[in-house]
Design a binder for this molecule. Structure first.
Ligand code: GTP
Ligand code: SPV
Ligand code: MN
Length: 612
């Protein structure tokens, strides 16, 4: 192999701790070459990837890629948080001891990058100058060029982020080794993959995938799991799978910010890219700050909760993105954006891409079209004819700057003050359109009891009804009891408290299964009501599970919702809720050391339901 030291010298990478880390892993993985990457290398790397067939052209400045067909989503089962303290074991973090996992991962990675290039990707998961910048620095080592191209879009990449650190050792070590994808036993008893965050050593070791959250380590492994652990260990901040938006009232000039968690593939990106409904667009504007991760802290200077998006790009679900659901999404991957589409359908003649829901029906002329696995559509027979053309977890990758409604101040290192925190998921019954919660413990309790249908963003769980606390179930890195206490401490330190709410865009008619709420752009309506409630401009009606809007209070002009459906959306199914309280009790009982305030909130809600 080439001399890693010489490569680092040539790149001007001087941080001795980073150099040590790079040379150690170059040696262990047996990579044939080392290459240091900066965002400015993008055009060259794109060209190389096109030549190597890792990417295909998909229009002007647009690219297409396929991942290995057994490597298309996060694997929750194979994802582990390891530390040296058994107290860090939670219900969802798949805790194992670091002394067991680190040697195991090293063994798997040993020699596994032979013949390949090991790319060194220094990155920052924060706008430069952020008060949380010291937690945002990392260096991903990857042996797969498309991972580099995704990282350049999803994080701020360049050696400047690791030079001149106050503590040269304070960066996340994030190693991704792809392995022999065809022989890893994905999904079998002999599964070789492991995706491990050694949280108390700030080291991420992912073996056996080059797709999405398994491989773009700045994103959820660092931005969520590691950052959540750091935020708790330092006592300074929260890191959550939250979107973050601004809403401007153009009439009054007032600006509001809402953040909130919906489980994977449950509407965060769509909400953040939301165009106000036509009838409200003259007055209100929604701006995009983030669609998947928010870090939250309190500024003692003004006592407000602040939030920022650590990411630089969007890794969004393609399915059902179209002119009516998400026109902003389509613009953000338009010509010249440098966007990369993965695992959608691709036309090798015209270079077009297509996914389910992009248009009502697939292209009529199937000439040149191949499905996400690369098989010609024209050669489909029998049952294959009905199979989707794109993978349900197919995605697009683009930078924030390409998002038409990105906020002017999206890179402001100070972050933005948070007015409201919302939770929501795919819940086909019980959960009304919106219910507001003004008490902190009850808000945290509500987040912890978020129940929803799981999606295809993770392998093998699609459609399962399960609790997904704060939408963090797959990203939880320490125990849930501590997590709840940390939430109460951080948000409790704000003298100006945000309002909480639970929203649900996914209630269905039990008869024919249609969604009761039109969703997408219309989701602005319940959010405006929530802000009005916080400002004391509406009162709603108090129920045992929070404040619900009355029909008159919701701005419904131009909204096409069936009156009977609307009545259901704004109603509370009390018997169903009483039953739910029993499930919640069992769910919460799993968590050791859950703060008494959370149990009190649970009992308060249960008692109110009994009286209702
Ligand atoms: P991750 O990136 O996996 O964390 O997902 P996400 O929460 O950002 O979900 P996203 O916005 O990408 O939406 C996932 C799927 O839900 C897409 O297929 C959307 O079209 C669909 N969806 C989003 N919002 C709505 C809505 O209001 N109503 C309905 N019916 N579907 C929606
Ligand atoms: C999710 O699954 O919640 C995502 C996509 O945001 S991934 O980066 O694959 O985790
Ligand atoms: Mn996500």
């Amino acid at each position: 192999m080439t001399d890693a030291e010489a490569v680092l010298d040539e790149a001007g990478l001087k941080n001795a701790k980073v150099r040590e880390y790079v040379t150690y892993w170059a040696e262990l993985t047996g990579a044939a070459r080392v290459e240091v990457v900066t965002a400015a290398d993008d055009a060259r790397l794109i060209k190389e990837a096109l030549e190597a067939g890792e990417l295909q052209p998909a229009g002007e400045g647009l690219y297409y890629s396929r991942s290995y067909h057994k490597d298309t989503a996060r694997s929750e089962e194979r994802t582990i948080v390891a530390t040296s303290k058994a107290e860090d074991r939670g219900v969802y973090n798949n805790w194992r001891s670091a002394s067991e996992m680190t040697p195991m991962l090293k063994e798997r990675m040993r020699g596994a990058s032979a013949g390949k290039t090991m790319y060194v990707v220094p990155y920052l998961m924060a706008p430069p100058g952020s008060p949380l910048e010291e937690y945002a620095v990392g260096v991903e080592l990857t042996d797969h060029r498309p991972v580099v191209l995704h990282m350049i879009r999803m994080a701020r990449v360049g050696i400047e982020h690791v030079e001149n650190l106050a503590d040269p050792n304070h960066f996340v070590r994030a190693v991704q080794v792809t392995g022999d994808l065809e022989n890893l036993g994905q999904g079998t008893d002999n599964d070789q993959r492991y995706f491990v965050t050694v949280a108390d050593e700030r080291t991420i070791l992912h073996f056996g995938s080059s797709y999405g959250g398994n491989a773009l380590l700045g994103k959820i492994a660092h931005g969520l799991r590691q950052a959540a652990y750091d935020g708790w260990a330092s006592g300074k901040f929260l890191a959550e799978q939250f979107m973050l938006i601004g809403i401007t009232d153009k009439e009054t000039g007032r600006k509001f910010h809402i953040c909130g968690g919906f489980p994977s593939a449950s509407g965060k990106t769509n909400l953040a890219m939301m165009l106000a409904p036509d009838a409200l667009g003259d007055r209100y504007h929604v701006s995009f700050f983030g669609d998947d991760i928010a870090w939250l802290w309190v500024d003692p200077a003004d006592g407000r909760l602040y939030g920022m998006n650590p990411e630089f790009g969007v890794f969004g679900v393609a399915k059902d993105t179209n002119e009516s659901t998400n026109p902003t999404g389509l613009r953000s991957v338009g010509p010249g954006t440098g966007a990369i589409f993965t695992n959608v359908a691709y036309n090798e003649v015209t270079h077009e891409v297509w996914w389910e829901g992009k248009t009502k029906t697939p292209p009529a002329d199937v000439t040149g079209w191949r499905d996400w696995r690369g098989r010609l559509i024209s050669e489909r027979t029998g049952d294959e004819v009905d199979e989707p053309w794109s993978h349900p977890n197919s995605r697009f990758t683009t930078t924030l700057a390409n998002v038409p409604n990105v906020a002017e101040d999206f890179e402001d290192p100070r972050g933005v003050p948070i007015d409201a925190i919302i939770f929501g998921g795919r819940t086909s019954d019980r959960e009304p359109l919106v219910r507001a919660i003004t008490d902190l413990a009850e808000g945290v309790y509500d987040g912890l009891t978020l129940g929803a249908e799981a999606t295809f963003a993770a392998e093998g769980v699609d459609g399962q009804l399960r609790y997904d606390p704060m939408s963090m179930r797959p990203f939880m890195s320490y125990s849930e009891g501590e997590y709840a206490a940390h939430w109460l401490r951080i948000v409790g330190a704000a003298t100006d408290q945000p309002i909480f709410a639970h929203v649900n865009w996914f209630q269905k008619d039990p008869g024919d299964g249609h969604f009761l709420w039109p969703g997408y752009r219309d989701n602005l309506r319940p959010l405006l009501w929530l802000l009005q409630l916080r400002a004391g401009e509406v009162t709603g009606r108090q129920t045992p599970v929070g404040i619900l809007p009355t029909e008159e209070e919701l701005m419904l002009e131009g909204c096409e919702v069936d009156p009977a459906d609307l009545a259901t959306l704004l109603d509370l199914d009390v018997p169903r809720w009483r039953e739910e309280m029993g499930f919640r009790e069992d769910h919460l009982k799993q968590f050791d050391g859950l703060p008494e305030e959370i149990w009190e909130a649970h009992r308060r809600v249960a008692a109110a339901l009994d009286e209702a």
